[in-house]
Design a protein. Structure first.
Length: 357
């Protein structure tokens, strides 16, 4: 919803930029390294190290990171990939870009994909499952096929691709972990993405795919069709600084979650998160609450709609748990530099709305 004549008193999200980010960008500018440059490799290496993975491959978006991962795993037309019903549309689109078919699995009341529903969706065409830690929640207590969700996938011969766009700071456990560094993410480069893996063959393939499938000698003969998905050195300069500040950023966001939980009414709270991307809450008055917050200068956002409700994948959706929650979830302003007073302002406005119900 957009209200052009209503003033907001705070932003929905904004990046945390310090002198370190500015210094690294200035260094890149001073050397005219604005496209290709050394910050790209440094960013990839440090983010891989932080996540205990061997290889990092940067690209221009989180969506394309998932696409590159699937392509490197050999997934294409005729294949099927398990995707959560409750996720951002980019997760499903990345599958469709490869020519494969996304097959959707409903969520539980924590909004995470329900493992008990996965087996019925697996066929002999299923090649992978995409795990999405929604709003920074983990799958640690989720079990499928006599093991956790990762071992369950492997017992069924499936690759595990992780869409970690909302989960910076959670250790990856899959075959390839995919990150978005969009402007509202925990760590940001404005736009950008990265794939992490321990498999050198997959890393090399993703790097070639993202860079026009150039050969090592740049002969201008391209063995396969590639893409121009490169991250710039300027973006990587910001990203490197953000990764160097990871512990500080995660700690600040954990404090923001604590402030929210101390000030929100108990009945709107959702399960705790391993890391805080956005502060999601539940309400039986979604539209009215959003309007009231907006009228009082507080932006908010809807939760995700089920994939089966999307025009590109339209199917039966009104029976889904994901549909029920899509009408109840909104998320509140969340950014690293929020103050306690900011959080209290949001919560007090929300309480004022609740008092009228």
């Amino acid at each position: 919803r957009y209200f052009p004549f209503r003033e907001t008193i705070m932003l929905m999200s904004k990046p945390s930029i310090t002198e370190l980010e500015k210094q690294f960008v200035a260094e890149a500018m001073a050397l005219s390294d604005i496209g290709v440059g050394p910050f790209i490799g440094q960013f990839e290496e440090l983010w891989a190290q932080k996540n205990k993975m061997a290889y990092g491959v940067s690209c221009n978006s989180g969506t394309n990171a998932i696409y590159l991962a699937l392509k490197a795993l050999g997934i294409g037309p005729g294949d099927e990939v398990i995707v959560p019903e409750y996720t951002m549309i980019a997760t499903a689109w990345a599958v469709s870009y490869t020519g494969a078919k996304p097959v959707f699995v409903d969520c539980g009341d924590d909004l995470l994909m329900n493992p008990s529903l996965i087996s019925e969706k697996v066929t002999d065409r299923t090649k992978a499952i995409i795990v999405v830690p929604i709003y920074g929640r983990t799958y640690e207590e989720k079990h499928w096929s006599q093991g956790d969700i990762y071992n369950g996938a492997r017992k069924n011969g499936l690759f595990v691709v992780e869409d970690m766009a909302e989960a910076h700071g959670i250790m990856p456990q899959g075959d390839i972990a995919c990150y978005s560094f969009y402007g509202n993410k925990i760590l940001t480069t404005g736009e950008g993405g990265m794939c992490l893996t321990d498999n050198k063959e997959w890393a090399d393939e993703m790097r070639k795919l993202s860079n026009m499938y150039m050969d090592e000698n740049r002969t201008m003969l391209h063995p396969k069709q590639g893409h121009n998905f490169r991250m710039t050195n300027l973006q990587a300069a910001v990203g490197l600084a953000q990764v160097m500040r990871l512990d500080e950023i995660l700690e600040k966001r954990k404090q923001i979650e604590k402030w929210y939980n101390e000030n929100l009414p108990e009945h709107v709270k959702m399960p705790l998160r391993e890391v805080l991307w956005m502060m999601d809450i539940k309400t039986d008055h979604q539209e009215e609450m959003k309007d009231y917050l907006e009228e009082n200068g507080i932006p908010s956002r809807y939760g995700f709609k089920p994939m089966s409700m999307q025009p590109q994948y339209l199917g039966e959706y009104k029976h889904l748990n994901a549909y029920k929650w899509s009408k109840r979830i909104i998320y509140l302003p969340t950014y690293t530099d929020m103050t306690e007073d900011d959080v209290k302002t949001v919560c007090q406005t929300l309480k004022s709305f609740e008092s009228g119900k």
